[in-house]
Ligand binder design. Structure first.
Ligand code: DQA
Length: 149
């Protein structure tokens, strides 16, 4: 089983960026933790970060027919990008949306997500551990789908 992990804009700055909101862990820390979780779950991960909407869309399109699910923190594009949502929907893959912060406890413009309506589920506000929870849920779901096929 193969899972694509997508980190959106500004997440390359984790650890230095508003640590009171996003925590002290760097993106490398999160990726290392996800790699350990993936080994435990016996799945392969492809990990991609970009600050550019088109690059994120290109990478998501490449997952069609290759990946079994997508774990994504779309960063600020969560609240603005119809094109990113369309790319995710086009893959017809199960999607889990992750946010480090609790977007619903923040500014009103963060309360709407273009991705949530097409996601299997959303993890928001549980910090870096949220990626692990999201990966676990995605893999369980995808395994269930495989065994029903
Ligand atoms: C975020 C929340 C978004 O609103 C914000 O634009 C981000 C990070 C989070 O992980 O909490 O860049 O997705």
């Amino acid at each position: 089983m193969r899972i694509l992990v997508i980190h959106g804009p500004n997440l390359n700055l984790l650890g230095r960026r508003e640590p009171d909101v996003y925590g002290k862990q760097t993106l490398a820390d999160i990726d290392a933790d996800l790699a350990a979780a993936a080994a435990e779950l016996d799945v392969s991960l492809d990990v991609f970060q970009s600050n550019h909407e088109g690059e994120l869309i290109d990478r998501i399109q490449q997952a069609m027919g290759v990946a079994d699910g997508i774990l994504i923190n779309p960063g600020g594009y969560t609240h603005s990008s119809v094109a990113l949502r369309d790319a995710l929907a086009a893959t017809a893959l199960p999607i889990v949306e992750v946010h480090l912060s609790n977007v619903f406890a923040r500014e009103p413009f963060r309360h709407h997500s273009y991705v949530s309506p097409i996601a299997l589920g959303v993890v928001s506000g549980l910090g870096a551990r949220g990626y692990r929870y999201g990966l676990d849920a995605l893999v369980r779901h995808a395994r269930g789908a495989q065994s029903r096929a």
